[in-house]
Ligand binder design. Structure first.
Ligand code: NOJ
Length: 765
């Protein structure tokens, strides 16, 4: 009897040890959650488990090749884990009701959406947001986005997109934070904090999904979905840190990218999704594919749907977006021994954990409160914040003779294809926006000026001159408003308006859908017909202010040389027009700084500030030297460098000081500079700190951003701005992919852009 008892005790101990090991591996040790999920999974059939891994599109918005039928039947059968891009609390409530009342185990669905830069209150496109260099504001925008989305049924957003991009031909440049690893990592963190808050269970926080893992922004030739090929050392030092930063900030999920890495699509890449993500980084959340990502591995040449679905599961994918590969084939693969029950259980557990963490099992309707949706979405308060954020994202690229801000102008000619176009103001990936309710520049100027000035509006030209191209860039409810009149007639009308005016505001650039997914361009000039309009306006002799709408850096060398003032406004969201008017009229002094280099021409691409020196660098100040790393026909200089942006006032940098010429491993080095607002307006300046590691076991970039502060100064005011550097800031991945710092000489630079800094040196001991 005693023997039997101790046998029982041993078995019990063994079982509990086994269960707790298993739980620790999968869930981070939340005992209650594990008990709940163990119990639930104990009741689930194989089909129901596979159902949790299935994420079909709702049908409201479909990109790519997928389509879905009989979704309701599938939900009833427990064959759907979640849905995405359905809009409205009512609709989501109704669909959730089917899941929790008519499916056998009543497991709630998770509802996702591309809430990329705001929900119904649309904030500037992410590239614009990154030019604010203001982490508190970026976090606030994500907080408001979460507040609105969660009121309307959404509990999961496919954001932040943290892909480093250095090729502005790539249309999705607009969706990220530009070219820099450090800035991108800070923004990744701020966004996750904004979305998820401190408790995912609250009804106004939503789960983030960092994307696109990984390297999606490095598509060859900037052509969307194209091959990427990169050394590990570059990945680790330059491209991977923003994903890691988002996960370290607690992002609950991650999306595999479309591209291949080392010859294996990310969706089926075990090194990426398991070795790096799970084992090295310790990520506990779930991995979802991108839209039809599994199916696309067939075209990548990785096998048939059954084979690539097994490949994806084994690589570490938990949820299949739209491909129907997991639901359709994994059962057979299990029977054939191609995948294991444990692999399926693992993925299912992770999806259920996410639902548990969101509190969906407690209350499946917690995110669809129709009353909240009525009172918390698109509120005047949120729109006001959108306006305050938008003004921080504009980058003043040129302002000769202080054309801006506009003062005492009685008659203003407002011309250009983007001047009176509300629908295009939100920019790309603004799926929940009500585009017609955005404020155009014409609206904004009228709101600001009332009867104080008269505005003469003329469209001047179309966005592009080719009607077929126009159709391609007029999609998703954002028409360019093609005008059938001839170019000559439209330009003549604009010139006539200009002649009668004191100043001309030319609203030119790209339409919203000229950037974004599948919107790569091989020529990133301003369209020729728009240049013609600008030339005609300049010929009137009136001062011309170019308000540039764009989702990417553009090659605007001619415009820089000829137009006296250029304000880059990206796509500023719902409140675009009011915000642009605030800046043009001087109510707000612009302070945005570029988060990506503007090249002189496409031939220079990729052009980024933190490049390597090479063995044959061009001497500073030189345009060309034979047998040096340069071009015959264009200098190495950017048109506008990373970190650049003017203000209506001027800032002087003096007295760069280091607290010590040496930094020790456990020490701290204070770097300070005196910043003076030496101009005539109050204003904010983004003070930037860069370093250079002079000698390394591997080559190091010529400059790397390691700190920044946005400082507001009254005119005439001086402040000492201080940064603290530690050994940690000097670390990088060496050739063994170990994160190290190496003693030796460093330079430190502080200044107004990556190309205009004061400089000092120190030694790491
Ligand atoms: C495809 C895009 O690549 C991704 O960013 C997006 O989240 C999904 N579609 C879902 O709409």
């Amino acid at each position: 009897m005693k023997k039997l008892q101790s046998l029982f005790i041993m078995i019990a101990l063994f079982v509990s040890l086994f269960v707790s090991c298993n739980q620790k591996q999968t869930s981070g040790g939340d005992q209650q959650m594990n008990a709940f999920i163990n119990d639930l999974m104990g009741k689930m059939t194989l089909d129901e488990k596979l159902g949790q891994l299935n994420l079909p599109a709702s049908g409201d918005i479909i990109t790519g090749a997928g389509s879905n039928n009989n979704i309701v039947d599938k939900i009833k059968e427990g064959k759907v884990g979640g849905l995405f891009n359905i809009k409205s609390a009512e609709k989501i409530h109704a669909v959730q009701q089917i899941a929790v009342e008519q499916s056998r185990l009543k497991i709630p669905l998770i509802f996702g959406m591309d809430v990329i830069h705001g929900y119904q209150t649309v904030f500037p496109i992410p590239l614009g947001m990154s030019c604010s260099w203001d982490m508190a504001l970026i976090e606030k925008s994500a907080r408001i986005a979460a507040q609105e989305a969660s009121a309307d049924g959404i509990c999961w957003t496919f954001s932040p997109m943290v892909d480093i991009a250095r090729d502005p031909r790539w249309g999705r440049f607009s969706e990220g934070s530009g070219e820099d690893t450090y800035l991108g990592s800070q923004i990744a963190r701020a966004m996750v904090k904004g979305y998820q808050g401190d408790d995912l269970r609250k009804n106004n926080t939503i789960m983030a999904c960092v994307k696109h893992f990984a390297l999606y922004g490095a598509a060859e030739a900037g052509r969307d979905y194209n091959t990427t090929d990169m050394s590990r050392i570059r990945m680790y030092n330059e491209y991977l840190p923003p994903y890691k930063a988002a996960l370290d900030a607690g992002a609950g999920s991650i999306m595999a990218s479309f591209n291949e890495i080392d010859g294996i699509p990310a969706t089926g890449n075990k090194w990426l999704l398991t070795d790096l993500l799970r084992k090295d980084w310790g990520f506990n959340g779930f991995v979802v594919t991108d839209y039809t990502g599994i199916l696309e591995m067939v075209d990548h040449g990785m096998g048939n749907l059954k084979e690539v679905s097994a490949l994806a599961l084994k690589a570490g994918v938990d949820m299949d977006m739209v491909a129907d590969g997991f639901l359709g084939t994994l059962k057979q693969s299990l029977n054939e021994g191609k995948v294991t029950q444990q692999e399926i259980d693992q993925a299912c557990r992770r999806i259920l954990e996410a639902k548990y963490q969101l509190g969906l099992f407690e209350d499946p309707y917690r995110y669809c409160d129709v009353n909240r949706a009525k009172s918390e979405v698109f509120t005047p308060e949120n729109r006001q914040v959108a306006r305050e954020i938008a003004v921080q994202t504009f980058v003043l690229l040129k302002n000769d003779n202080q054309v801006l801000p506009l003062q005492d102008k009685k008659t203003i000619a407002l011309v250009g294809p983007l001047a009176d176009n509300r629908e295009n103001m939100p920019g790309t990936w603004s799926v929940a926006g009500d585009f017609g309710k955005s404020v155009s520049l014409l609206d904004g100027l009228k709101n600001a000026l009332g009867d104080e000035a008269s505005i003469l509006y003329a469209m001047g030209t179309n966005v592009v001159s080719d009607p077929e191209l126009d159709a391609r860039i007029s999609i998703f409810g954002k028409p360019t408003k093609w005008d059938n009149r001839s170019q000559k007639e439209m330009v003549a009308e604009a010139v006539a308006a200009a002649r009668k005016s004191d100043v001309v505001i030319a609203a030119v650039g790209e339409s919203a859908e000229m950037s974004g997914e599948a919107s790569s361009r091989s020529n990133i000039d301003l369209p020729e017909n728009q240049k013609e309009l600008l030339a005609a306006l300049l010929a009137t002799g009136k001062p011309v202010v170019m308000v540039l709408f764009t989702g990417r850096p553009l090659t605007i060398s001619w415009e820089k040389a000829n137009v006296p003032a250029i304000l880059n406004v990206w796509f500023a969201g719902t409140e675009a027009g009011n915000a642009i008017a605030d800046v043009l009229l001087g109510k707000v002094n612009p302070s945005g700084k570029l988060s990506a280099t503007f090249p002189q021409n496409v031939g220079q691409i990729p052009l980024y500030y933190n490049h390597k020196n090479t063995g044959r660098p061009l001497a500073e100040g030189k345009w060309f030297s034979k047998f040096r790393s340069n071009y015959l026909d264009v200098s190495n200089d950017p048109l506008f460098p990373f970190g650049f942006g003017l203000s209506y006032t001027s800032f002087d940098y003096k007295n760069l000081k280091l607290s010590n010429p040496e930094l020790t491993i456990n020490g701290e080095l204070k770097v300070s500079v005196d910043l003076t607002n030496s101009g005539n307006y109050d204003g904010a300046e983004v003070v930037q700190l860069y370093i250079r590691d002079m000698v390394g076991s591997v080559t190091r970039p010529v400059k790397e951003l390691k700190g920044f502060q946005k400082i507001f100064l009254k005119k005439g005011e001086t402040r000492t701005v201080e940064f603290a550097l530690t050994e940690k800031d000097l670390k990088f991945y060496n050739s063994e992919l170990k994160l190290v710092s190496e003693p030796g000489d460093f330079k430190v630079f502080v200044g107004t852009s990556s190309a205009n800094t004061l400089e000092a040196g120190f030694v790491l001991k």
